[in-house]
Design a protein around this ligand. Structure first.
Ligand code: IPD
Length: 252
C-alpha cells in the first residue's frame, strides 16, 4: 500500500467520525418520535424507518465524497443487495445497532462504521447515540474512547470474568437450547456475571475498554463486528471464530 493511500485512509476515518456524529444526532432525535417498526428475518429481527433513513444518510454522504468506494450496509443487504467484499475500499455500516433497544428507548444504541481495503479492516468508528461516547481505532494506531487510549482486560480466569453475549433474533428451539446450554456453563463456571445489553457493537466496545473480559455470539453479521473488530484488536484483544480460529472477517 502506498503512503498516499495510507494517508487517504486517515482522511476517510476523519470523515467517518463526522458522519457517525451526524447520524448519531439523527438517531437521538428519532428515538423521541413515534417509530414505525417492522420485522425482517424473524419476528424479533426488528427494523424501523429510522434504520433505513440513517443508512441512506451515511451511504449517500460517503458516496458523494468517495464515488469509487463500495458499501455494505445492514439495511441495503436486508433489501436484497449482495453483501460481497472485494479488494476495493469498502465501508461496512450498521446505521442503528441495537434496533430493539432503539424501539424501546433502552439507552444502548450505536452507529457503527467499519472500513476495509483488500479485505483487511483498516479502521472502525462506533458512536453511542445515547451518551455521545465515541470509540475509534485505526489499524496500527491504537484504540480510543473519546480520544483516550483504551486497553482490554488482562484477566484470563473465567471465575473472575464478566462475560457479555447477545441472544440474536433467532428463537427456534435448537438456537434456544444452545443459548441456554452456554449460559448454564458460564453461570456454573462460575463467571462473575453474564450481561446482555442488546447492542453487539457496544458490548464489543466494553470488551475493548476492559469493562468486561469476553464476548461471544453465534450469527453475527459483518456490520455487527467490522468496526468493533478493529477497536478490539487495537486495544490488545483478539477476535476469533466459533471454532477458535482467527476470525476471517465474516466476508470470505
Ligand atoms: C443486532 C444487535 C443485537 C445482536 C444481533 C444484531 P441490529 O443488531 O446488535 O444485539 O444480538 O445479532 O444483529 O439488528 O440491532 O442492528
Amino acid at each position: 500500500m502506498t503512503s498516499t493511500e495510507i494517508k487517504c485512509w486517515g482522511e476517510c476515518m476523519d470523515v467517518a467520525v463526522q458522519i457517525a456524529h451526524k447520524a448519531g444526532k439523527v438517531v437521538q432525535e428519532a428515538v423521541k418520535q413515534e417509530k414505525r417498526v417492522s420485522s425482517k428475518s424473524t419476528p424479533t429481527d426488528l427494523v424501523t424507518e429510522a434504520d433505513q433513513q440513517v443508512e441512506d444518510l451515511i451511504i449517500s454522504t460517503l458516496r458523494e465524497k468517495f464515488p469509487s468506494h463500495r458499501f455494505i450496509g445492514e439495511e441495503s443487504s436486508a433489501a436484497g443487495e449482495k453483501c460481497i467484499l472485494t479488494d476495493e475500499p469498502t465501508w461496512i455500516i450498521d446505521p442503528i445497532d441495537g434496533t430493539c433497544n432503539f424501539v424501546h428507548s433502552f439507552p444502548m444504541v450505536a452507529v457503527s462504521i467499519g472500513f476495509a481495503v483488500k479485505k483487511e479492516l483498516e479502521f472502525g468508528v462506533i458512536y453511542h447515540c445515547f451518551d455521545g461516547t465515541l470509540y475509534t481505532a485505526r489499524r496500527g494506531h491504537g484504540a480510543f474512547c473519546n480520544g483516550t487510549p483504551i486497553q482490554v482486560s488482562k484477566e484470563k480466569d473465567i471465575s473472575k470474568a464478566l462475560i457479555l453475549t447477545e441472544i440474536g433474533a433467532k428463537r427456534d428451539p435448537a438456537t434456544l437450547e444452545i443459548f441456554s446450554g452456554n449460559m448454564l456453563k458460564l453461570l456454573s463456571a462460575p463467571a462473575h456475571g453474564v450481561r446482555i445489553i442488546g447492542s453487539s457493537t457496544l458490548a464489543l466496545c466494553h470488551i475493548a475498554t476492559g469493562a468486561a473480559e469476553a464476548y461471544y455470539q453465534y450469527g453475527l453479521h459483518c456490520w455487527d463486528i467490522a468496526a468493533a473488530a478493529v477497536i478490539i484488536r487495537e486495544a490488545g484483544g483478539c477476535v476469533i471464530d466459533t471454532s477458535g480460529e482467527p476470525w476471517d472477517g465474516c466476508f470470505r
